[in-house]
Design a binder for this molecule. Structure first.
Ligand code: BYC
Length: 317
């Protein structure tokens, strides 16, 4: 058996050379745990993220809008499933992952603890929330853990359809009646700051960034990604003719980036700690779905057992 120092050296050398770490490779325990934490948080975000939008499927304004929203929400379920599978390769079971979500031990993105009050919110979520998710996730297609990186490739392709779906809703509303344009503006006003918070605390406050950058789990810091999001999104708001709700937002010639106002970190931590507008409702909905779906899981297991027993019987004959 190789000693730990040699295994560590081999691991570090793979990271250095950009070679993926695979489930059967040796890895430091902290690397494994960090991935379980991040991948499962990401999976939970996808599954909880279905709730605010699911709320509008029956109220979509046309059949075309309904079909697109339905497809988007179904994609999110799929993303959750790829990600739970990627987390399971690290030696944790699906049941444990759900238990961590239901008990509050595992987090999910703060953004999904805000309510969806109007149809325009379907536009703002697609445009801003999926837009922010893409910026964060494109870098994750090159993250150092193979199963996570591969899951992210497909997820990113689908997220880009989601972002366009949302932007197109915003475009239609902002070219519509004054009331429709106002609906789009109100939605932007409510989702702008929570979208900036999605990237996590500032680099100075981030507990995990330094180590995650060393292990190439993260390739860019929270602040770098947030800045990239602002720089990409401001011109998109200009095309819509909408105003970003930030009086301090202005182009900085020297940096060739936008300066933007201070984020309300007190609000962010309140939401992360479970005291946002919809935290309790979201977890209650997930627990209900888990309990209500128990019979499906039991039936699937019973079916698989019967099938296996029949195969054994055929072999024996
Ligand atoms: N919400 O050291 P830090 C989507 C926590 S949407 C809640 O910077 P890290 C979708 C953090 O967990 C997005 N908690 O952490 C879109 C840590 O606490 P713990 C899902 C947050 O991990 C549309 C503490 O704060 N995407 O997919 O280096 C529809 C310190 O933070 C948040 C992902 O999950 C937050 N916003 O960086 C449907 C992408 N931010 O764990 C679905 C993968 C931070 O020590 N994740 N915290 O208790 C990541 O890239 C990183 O985990 C983060 C945070 C950038 C989010």
């Amino acid at each position: 058996m190789q000693n730990i120092a040699a295994l560590e050296q081999e691991f570090e050398s793979k990271i250095e050379r950009g070679i993926s770490i695979e489930p059967k490779d040796w890895m430091p325990e902290k690397y494994r745990k960090t991935h379980i934490r991040q991948i499962s948080q990401h999976a939970h975000s996808e599954i909880v993220g279905m709730l605010p939008e699911g709320n509008w499927i029956t109220r979509a304004p046309s059949l075309r809008r309904k079909v697109a929203l339905l497809a988007k929400v179904q994609d999110e379920a799929g993303h959750g499933l790829y990600l739970y599978s990627a987390a399971e390769t690290l030696g944790i079971s699906r049941d444990e992952l759900f238990e961590q979500l239901h008990s509050g031990k595992a987090k999910y993105s703060s953004i999904f603890n805000y309510p969806t009050l109007s149809w325009a919110d379907m536009g703002a979520i697609g445009w801003l929330v999926d837009g922010a998710a893409i910026i964060n996730q494109v870098m994750l297609t090159r993250t150092s853990y193979g199963p996570y990186a591969r899951a992210m490739v497909r997820i990113c392709k689908e997220e880009s359809f989601h972002q366009r779906q949302g932007y197109e809703i915003m475009l239609t509303l902002s070219k519509g009646t004054p009331e429709q344009k106002q609906m789009a503006q109100d939605s932007l006003n409510r989702w702008w700051w929570p979208s900036l918070m999605m990237f996590g605390p500032t680099d100075a406050e981030s507990t995990h960034t330094a180590q995650s950058m060393k292990w190439k789990i993260k390739l860019k810091t929270n602040d770098e990604l947030r800045q990239q999001f602002v720089d990409i999104t401001v011109p998109q708001a200009e095309i819509l003719g909408l105003t970003i709700p930030d009086p301090d937002l202005k182009w900085n010639e020297e940096r060739e980036q936008y300066d933007f106002g201070a984020i309300d970190w007190e609000e962010f931590w309140q939401v992360v700690k479970g005291h946002g507008p919809c935290n309790k409702e979201r977890i209650a909905a997930r627990k209900n779905a888990f309990e209500g779906g128990a019979w499906v899981r039991e039936a699937a297991i019973a079916h698989a057992e019967k099938k296996a027993a029949r195969t054994e019987l055929k072999k024996a004959v």
